[in-house]
Write a protein that binds this ligand. Structure first.
Ligand SMILES: [Zn+2]
Length: 321
């Protein structure tokens, strides 16, 4: 089904032209050098996402994960659902105040387009922590139709079992999808500033290694749309934490001026910790799409002042049903 749909390549350089112009106009020369690859990415870096319309529903895919026939993955947008403002339209979260029957309709529309049974959708009660849960067969479908049934207190899930679709829900936080084609293991992680500083992405890779015998050099990763360094202003407590955890803030904290606003680059912070974990940079695709600047396409907690929906990113190993 997926292969029959027209493919549109959305180059972030084109998509983000508006925000890039604003963003770069504000930067000092030093800051531009620190984050320069946002505009002038090296040709070898994996930064292109692909949008397809399936049954008229726009769904985004990482190019580096799309090549693998053993899995299916997705990044949903906010377009094409049944929810009313401020959750319009494809809100996938039962936990933000939206009408549950609309969330259920939205989830059904998404999984039907992808050819994934709703009963295989597996979600967690995300708590901005760094616990990684291995999803065993009895946990298949937890949280598919009800928030209370979702897996307790975890921000990353890993499994090697086919037909368990791990889905992370976000609005500005970073959704990260993992796949080891050698050992056939998948993972999905939710990294806001807290999860990023607690290295949830790196801890997910550690579970791949220690529990499934994976080699990091085999793991392919997609870092999805999330609030960018153009918009993610943070306070001194976060700046101090970044310095403490990463030892260096160059490239991670952008200064507007010496005594003014500071912005945290979640994309680079997660990319760096994955590379530190041993994943080749060429295996990592970074969407570099700012949800705050593109709140017409994706839910943005900050842009919409906390009252909004959640979009989803998911991955499943295909197997006989
Ligand atoms: Zn932005």
């Amino acid at each position: 089904m997926l292969g029959q749909q027209p493919v549109t390549r959305l180059l972030p350089k084109h998509l983000c032209i508006f925000y890039c112009k604003q963003y770069y106009a504000l930067l000092s020369k030093k800051s531009r050098q620190e984050i320069g690859d946002i505009h002038n990415r090296p040709a070898s870096s994996k930064t292109v996402m692909i949008e397809k319309k399936i049954h008229s529903l726009p769904i985004w895919f990482f190019e580096n994960l799309m090549g693998h026939q053993s899995i299916r993955h997705f990044v949903a947008t906010r377009i094409g659902g049944h929810s009313h403002p401020p959750y319009d339209a494809l809100n996938l979260s039962f936990n933000v105040g939206d009408e549950p029957q609309n969330v259920l309709k939205n989830r059904k529309r998404l999984v039907e387009a992808l050819g994934i049974p709703l009963t295989n959708l597996t979600t967690a009660k995300q708590v901005h922590d760094a616990h990684v849960k291995i999803i065993s067969e009895p946990l298949r479908g937890k949280g598919a139709t009800d928030y209370e049934d979702a897996i307790n207190g975890t921000d990353a899930m890993v499994t090697h079992i086919p037909n368990i679709c791990l889905m992370i829900l976000v609005a500005d936080c970073v959704p990260i999808l993992f796949y080891d084609p050698s050992k056939r293991v998948i993972g999905a992680a939710h990294a806001g500033w807290q999860g990023t500083l607690q290295r949830v992405a790196q801890k997910t890779v550690k579970v791949f290694q220690e529990d499934f015998g994976c080699s990091p050099k085999d793991v392919v990763v997609g870092i999805g749309p999330s609030i960018g360094p153009c918009c993610y202003e943070v306070g001194q407590e976060v700046v101090s934490e970044v310095e403490h955890v990463f030892r260096i803030k160059a490239g991670l904290i952008r200064n507007e001026s010496a005594d003014s606003k500071r912005y945290f680059d979640l994309w680079t912070a997660n990319l760096r910790q994955l590379v530190q974990a041993g994943i080749p940079e060429n295996n990592i695709e970074v969407a570099r799409i700012c949800t705050c600047h593109h709140s017409d396409l994706f839910f943005s907690y900050r842009q919409e002042k906390g009252k909004t929906g959640r979009f989803g990113a998911g991955i499943v190993i295909l197997g006989n049903q």
